[in-house]
Write a new protein. Structure first.
Length: 312
């Protein structure tokens, strides 16, 4: 991650920390015979045992899609942030761009193990996610007891509710195409759908106005394709981390946007009631602006939460 020029349209005006304020290190780790790759952002100076923040992208995305700016700010504030690509995406093995919540959670677990073996990183563990990856970290935090804090930005808490809100036609089409792909891809007859499309398209994200905002975060040098196997729709629609929130014991921040067309902020506020040590922040933002126009307030809320949760 050596480029310092803006790499996507949405972040051209961000104030990035000077390069000498943090260091980076490439890390790789294995998962079920495949290799995931990522970048560890380390604070500059003589920071002792910085807490580890493990990060991964949202739905159908690569780690270059706006996430390095967040990791840099964490490193500049004294944390060690490990940002990685899932299998089938970006620099990691595979390029099907298939979205499997179970596989992506396994990638997260392996990333946690990998960063835990880095001598320059402390033992405190923070799980960070946005959109679909927020669903993953919340589910993992419900299952693990070694998590010291959790951040879920614009979290996708209930795939079923999102799919139902899109209407009966969407449910029918996604079900039919998803099953056909689930059966057919084994015989070379797979079907793909856009990751992000218009309201008239069958896509993983269809809400009005979201396509342009998503694509504005795409790294201009990425080979990413706006497509995912149709079976991804079935897996996301059946994903309901909202049912696990009551099991989380670590301090947890849920950051919601009042202008979010994908995840209604009121549902995030309601879900926060299930958290035993939860903080819910609503702010004027949409699903993608915390990485662009609303970056500063969004990062500010996250850093404030971390100071309180970790006592630093």
């Amino acid at each position: 991650m050596t480029r310092r020029n803006p790499v996507n349209r949405a972040q051209r005006r961000l104030d990035r920390p000077p390069r000498e304020r943090f260091a980076t290190r490439a890390l790789a780790f294995g998962v079920d015979g495949d290799t995931c790759r990522g970048t560890l952002y380390l604070p500059g100076g003589d920071a002792d045992d910085p807490p580890a923040i493990v990060m991964a992208p949202g739905l159908g995305a690569e780690r270059s899609f706006g996430y390095p700016a967040v990791a840099e700010r964490f490193a500049d504030a004294g944390y060690a942030a490990f940002l990685f690509d899932y299998r089938e995406f970006g620099a990691s093995d595979g390029d099907s761009q298939a979205v499997s919540p179970a596989d992506q959670r396994a990638d997260y677990a392996a990333a946690i193990d990998r960063v835990g073996r880095v001598d320059a990183v402390g033992r405190e563990l923070v799980l960070w996610g946005a959109s679909l990856s927020a669903a993953h970290v919340l589910t993992l935090a419900a299952e693990r007891r070694d998590v010291d804090a959790v951040i879920g930005a614009v979290p996708m808490l209930d795939g079923r509710a999102i799919a139902r809100r899109r209407g009966g036609k969407y449910l029918t089409r996604s079900g039919v195409d998803g099953v056909r792909d689930l059966i057919g891809y084994r015989f070379g007859r797979g079907r793909t759908v856009p990751v992000v499309g218009s309201a008239e398209e069958l896509a993983a994200i269809t809400e009005t106005g979201t396509k342009r905002k998503y694509l504005d975060l795409v790294d201009r040098e990425s080979t990413w394709r706006n497509e995912t196997p149709a079976r991804s729709l079935l897996r996301v629609a059946n994903y309901r981390p909202v049912e696990r929130l009551g099991e989380i014991r670590a301090p947890t921040l849920l950051l919601a946007g009042t202008d979010d067309a994908i995840v209604d902020s009121e549902t995030v506020v309601d879900a926060g009631e299930s958290l035993s040590r939860g903080t819910v922040v609503t702010m004027p933002a949409d699903h993608f602006s915390p990485f662009g126009a609303d970056f500063e307030p969004a990062v500010g809320h996250q850093l404030s939460f971390l100071r309180d949760a970790l006592g630093r």
